[in-house]
Write a protein that binds this ligand. Structure first.
Ligand code: TEU
Length: 639
């Protein structure tokens, strides 16, 4: 592939996967039509002209950095137009994410545990779940609630024992379901034995399992990279006069993937869990494992735009494909397992290179760009717009090809509840929950339902920072107050996006603590649990829970909703791009479904003729001539 220089034309530069993704991100931010751009005179301009096009905001130095980053990609854009879709269990599966700490407590200590999950397996089976993803259950000091692992081969004390885990896996398989684990291999806890030894001496065998830099005599960090959880991304160790990298909390130390011995220990551990019978992994921030080895300072413009500094030097590093291919060959190859990479910040073309079935790297990736209406971020107070979100998801449907499989999610343990983001006053809480269910179960891809999403759970009703538990939120609160905000101002800002909203206890019934625990819950139970809970929603035909069950069953019974094509339906009156209504068709071997979604909270005209269509599911309990707020209808064509 041609190297990109300042004299490369913009249209030539976009033959580079990363450049195309970067360009897509910029054009969607400014709502520029890519196809019009490609035909325009601007496309013939050279990369260096971006400086004048942006009135110097993107300066020559930044452009040089960008060329260096882009030229690290050795692969051309993946062309898979002739490919046939390979059938796989995980392309057909409905996934359900459990945050064990908040799912079900069986022993009254106020913390969810493995035996609590076992108690609820029949509920998940009844819902139609095929594969459960558990957030980390390994031994951990819980600085980041399990994403700081201190022993990959043992179970967190609060969650139970390895015998409990073995029973859980057995009970899951007995019900014909599968279980994937959360694999955190970008970093370990600083209480992991590897790091306990590594920090003793530069000569220790585990020292180079982590990323160290000698102090240059100034007792200042080696570069300006910031942790995602605030503050410098480097800890100083006086006994070594060295700094160690931590992209997340001060107790989550980044592993050095350049070290082949460290990698082999990771592959050995992965094989140990696979040999136990787990069915795969969700891989935490897996796109961060390859860092640029010169560890340069951040590019100021990137920090200004994304609010984090240094991410450009590790979000898609120069050896990422090499490491993932090696991992695949030494752990996943030959096994019918699934790997879902959490790859925040990557676009369609780079994700295709990570997941295409002929690349032998990952099975699927999570992209989160639709979880906030960019340029808004999770901590911004704004009204979430499904038109922006679904436009992004449709772009993936239309451009991801047949060798790759999208993931479809609206919630996880890191994001506030969608019902609260999209509707602060809960006027359309259930309609919004059903809209998400409709997208997740009728778009092409793997649906990932997060615990409580199926019953339309909402954000936590926290009253002060004392109610919060998340290290990211608490650090942010402290930093805001240190920077001069009043505690109330800081709390209100943190409340917009704290991950605690997704971590309030699962609401099972209207009893004390929503049936989650007999003890004192580790985090507050939402007040609305007496209305929104599994027990009550199971008895209500029009509940979000029963809507999820119905659509999951529909997807299982109709391959067209799994492997079928995805095609937008445009009317001759309204172009779907500007309409408030999303309408599309799923088709396979003559079986055709048509879905219409009103993406806004206003009644709108439908633009399809439903005369020859059989209505088989709706988010409203009776049909109408117009589309009501957030109304979703699924039709089957009747020849
Ligand atoms: O999350 C990484 C990630 O994308 C989010 O943490 C996000 O970057 C951060 O909140 C800043 O907005 C994964 C896990 O899902 C998360 O729970 C862990 O805290 C994190 O990695 C570190 O392991």
């Amino acid at each position: 592939m041609e190297k990109i220089t300042l004299d490369t034309s913009l249209s030539d530069a976009m033959k580079n996967p990363m450049a195309k993704d970067l360009f897509d991100a910029i054009t969607s931010l400014f709502d520029i039509d890519v196809n019009k751009f490609k035909k325009s005179k601007v496309a013939k301009l050279k990369v260096k002209s971006i400086k004048s096009l942006t009135a110097g905001v993107i300066d020559k130095k930044t452009l040089k950095y960008a060329c260096e980053l882009l030229n690290s990609e050795k692969n051309p854009i993946l062309d898979d137009r002739s490919a046939k879709i390979e059938k796989k269990w995980w392309k057909e599966a409905v996934f359900y994410q459990i945050y064990p700490r908040s799912f079900k407590d069986s022993d009254g200590d106020g913390i969810g545990d493995i035996r609590g999950i076992i108690e609820k397996l029949d509920y998940l089976k009844e819902l139609g779940v095929d594969c459960i993803w558990c957030s980390p259950m390994y031994k951990s000091p819980n600085d980041d609630n399990g994403y700081d692992i201190s022993d990959y081969y043992d179970i967190m004390t609060e969650f139970g024992t390895m015998a409990d885990f073995d029973e859980l896996l057995d009970e899951v398989h007995k019900r014909g379901m599968k279980l994937i684990m959360d694999l955190v291999i970008n970093h370990t806890s600083d209480e992991h034995e590897w790091f306990e030894q590594a920090k003793q001496s530069k000569d220790d065998e585990y020292h180079d399992y982590y990323i160290w830099k000698d102090d240059d005599g100034t007792k200042t960090p080696p570069n300006d990279w910031q942790s995602f959880f605030k503050g410098s991304a480097w800890n100083y160790y006086e006994n070594l006069d060295q700094w160690a990298l931590h992209l997340f909390s001060k107790k989550q130390m980044d592993l050095n993937w350049e070290n082949p011995k460290m990698r082999q220990d990771i592959y050995k551990m992965i094989n140990w869990w696979l040999n136990k019978g787990v069915d795969g992994f969700r891989m935490d921030v897996i796109n961060f494992i390859s860092k640029w080895q010169n560890f340069p300072n951040s590019v100021p413009l990137v920090q200004h735009i994304f609010g984090f500094s240094g991410t450009e030097w590790y979000f898609y590093g120069p050896r990422l494909h090499e490491f993932l291919h090696e991992l695949n060959m030494q752990a996943f190859k030959g096994r019918d397992c699934v790997s879902v990479g959490e790859c925040g910040g990557l676009g369609i073309e780079t994700s295709k290179l990570l997941t295409a079935d002929n690349r032998n790297e990952l099975s699927m990736v999570f992209n989160f760009d639709h979880l906030d209406n960019l340029p808004h971020g999770r901590y911004d107070d704004y009204h979430y717009d499904f038109k922006i979100a679904l436009k992004h998801l449709v772009k993936w449907q239309l451009n991801y090809g047949n060798r790759c499989w999208p993931t479809l999610l609206f919630e996880n343990h890191d994001n506030p509840r969608i019902t609260s983001k999209a509707d602060k006053y809960y006027a359309f809480r259930e309609e919004i929950a059903k809209l998400c269910a409709t997208v997740q179960l009728t778009f092409r891809g793997a649906p990932f339902i997060y615990q409580g999403q199926e019953i339309a759970m909402a954000n936590g009703d926290f009253k002060s920072v004392e109610d919060l538990r998340d290290v990211e939120a608490i650090n942010m609160f402290v930093e805001l107050v240190e920077k001069g905000k009043t505690p109330q101002e800081a709390f209100e800002k943190v409340m917009c996006g704290t991950r605690d909203h997704a971590r309030t206890p699962m609401q099972w019934d209207d009893s004390k603590n929503a049936g989650f625990t007999e003890g004192t819950p580790w985090i507050k139970v939402n007040k609305d649990a007496f209305v929104y809970n599994v027990k009550d929603e199971l008895t209500r035909d029009d509940s979000p829970l029963n809507y999820y069950k119905k659509l999951i069953k529909l997807r299982k019974e109709n391959e067209a909703l799994i492997y079928g094509t995805f095609e937008l339906i445009k009317s001759n009156r309204i172009d779907v791009q500007d309409s408030d209504i999303l309408c599309f068709k799923r088709e396979l071997d003559g079986e055709k479904f048509i879905v219409e979604i009103n993406m806004v909270r206003r009644t709108r005209k439908r633009y399809i003729d439903t005369e020859n269509l059989e209505l088989i599911a709706s988010s409203y309990d009776y049909p109408a001539k117009t589309l009501r707020p957030y109304e979703c209808n699924i039709y089957k064509t009747v020849y």
